[in-house]
Design a protein around this ligand. Structure first.
Ligand code: FE
Length: 201
C-alpha cells in the first residue's frame, strides 16, 4: 500500500470519527474546524501564502511557479510531496480578471498538505466534492464569493499525484505592503479558491 493510500484510509477514518463525535454530541458541529483553523492561524503565514506573496512581488518567480510549482516551491526550501513518498506534481493555477479557479478532490481528499496544512473538514465532505463540480458558482456563493457572470470558473480535480494551488489575484490597496505583509493577507481558503484575497482592512 502506498503512503497516499494509507493517508486516504486514515483521512476516511478520521472523517467517520469526527461525524460520530458530532452525532453523539461529544463535540459541536464544526468544533474541530475551529480548533484546526486556530492552529493554522498561529502557524501563519502558510507556505502556500509565502509562494503567492513572492509571485505577487516577483514576476520571474510567478512565471516559474506557473511553469513548475513543485520546483518553485523547492527553490524556497519547501518540500511538496508527502514524506517517504514519491514526487507529487504540484500545479499552480492563476486567477485573472477572466477566470477564477477552485480546487477539489472529487474522489477523496487529495490536498497539498505540505503547503497548506491540514485540509478543512468541508473539503473532505461528499457535499463539497460533488457539488462544486456541478455548481461551482453556487458553492462559491456559500463561501461568500461572488464571481461576476462574465468571469469563467474552472474546477480542478486533484488526484493522489497531482495537487493544485490557486494563485489568487493581488488585492487593490496592497501597493505599500512588502512580501511578508502580503503573505499575511493570504488565507488557506483563497489558496483552495473558495474565497478571494480581500484588500487589507
Ligand atoms: Fe483525494
Amino acid at each position: 500500500m502506498t503512503a497516499d493510500a494509507v493517508n486516504e484510509r486514515i483521512n476516511r477514518r478520521v472523517a467517520v470519527l469526527e461525524r460520530l463525535l458530532e452525532e453523539k454530541g461529544v463535540i459541536a458541529a464544526g468544533e474541530l474546524d475551529v480548533v484546526i483553523d486556530g492552529f493554522l492561524a498561529r502557524a501563519m503565514p502558510l507556505n502556500g501564502a509565502r509562494l503567492v506573496a513572492r509571485a505577487w512581488v516577483d514576476d520571474g518567480f510567478r512565471s516559474a511557479l506557473l511553469e513548475d510549482a513543485g520546483a518553485a516551491a523547492a527553490s524556497l526550501g519547501m518540500p511538496v510531496g508527502p514524506a517517504g513518498h514519491g514526487e507529487v506534481d504540484l500545479r499552480a493555477v492563476e486567477n485573472t480578471a477572466a477566470v477564477h479557479n477552485v480546487v477539489v478532490c472529487t474522489l477523496c481528499s487529495c490536498y497539498p498538505l505540505r503547503l497548506l496544512g491540514t485540509p478543512p473538514t468541508w473539503y473532505k465532505d461528499a457535499a463539497y466534492r460533488s457539488r462544486v463540480v456541478r455548481d461551482p458558482r453556487g458553492v462559491l456563493a456559500e463561501f461568500g464569493t461572488t464571481i461576476a457572470p462574465d468571469r469563467d470558473v474552472t474546477v480542478w480535480d486533484s488526484t493522489s499525484h497531482v495537487r493544485y494551488l490557486v494563485l489568487p489575484m493581488r488585492p487593490a490597496g496592497t501597493e505599500g505592503l512588502d512580501e511578508n505583509g502580503l503573505a499575511r493577507l493570504v488565507r488557506r481558503d483563497a489558496l483552495i479558491g473558495v474565497t478571494e484575497v480581500p484588500p487589507p482592512s
